[in-house]
Design a protein around this ligand. Sequence first.
Ligand code: ZN
Length: 300
Amino acid sequence: MKKIARFIILISGLLISATASAQTTAQNNDPMGGEEWGHSVKHIADGVYVFRWWVYRNIFIVTDEGVIVTDPMNPKASKLLRSEIRKITDKPVKYVVYSHNHHDHISGGNIFKEEGAKFVAHKNVLKQLGDHPNPVTPLPDIIFDDSYELKLGGRTLGLKYFGPNHGDSLVVMRIPEEKILFIVDIVTPRRVAFRTMPDFWPDEWIRSLKEIEKMDFDYVVSGHGPANQPAIDPASVVKEQRGYLEDLMAAVKKAMDGGMHSPDALQKTVKLPKYKHWRSYDKWLPMNIERIWYFYHMGW
Ligand SMILES: [Zn+2]
């Protein structure tokens, strides 16, 4: 009980500090350098940490028998991550878990491979990396199809595949003891969808979120978020993400059903004032609209 109580207090603190800094808006003008945004480590539960580099995040779990790391991001970030882990423990990284196949999240694992880590991913990651290899992205050693339970030093990290949604290899990770989910790319709290929604199937995305909502969890760590966003959010952010997508699709469909078929006109006309305060609303909403126009226009 003591552990959970301390954890809840920690979360409340993070949420309060996030609200206080919500007015801070910083422009993202450091595409892959990361120095402007820096990096940070937040301790969110016993042995569980969130590492942030620029707008990317992962979780790592420290146990008596070694460390489980997720998404190493890139060589620059993984070097920083390893030095942060060294400040906490001298145990080796035993496992690296990939959330999905995209290079921007899973590159840079070589330094963990060198210390003997085994790499874990959905089976389609192996195929994707075979088709699109990257010298700084080690191939997975352990692959699975529907789900997998990774165990180390008395801790468990559950991995679950929900079918295609963002690519066809994305897994949601669950720490059962504290009921925390680590979700990459398909849930980014309080931000509209990324640009033109690359490699996202909008309908499958919504279906997957509905299935995720049925899981047993209280908290979400998302794979993206700048320094002024909390490291951990309440479970409700999954439903909020689905609500945004459903509202976006309904608004585009309504305009198209009303006779508007030009994506340029749709971009200028369709608004979602309910989400005006979400990050990147002005810049990316028109791109989100174009992506949904493709969906209804082409069935893609
Ligand atoms: Zn991705």
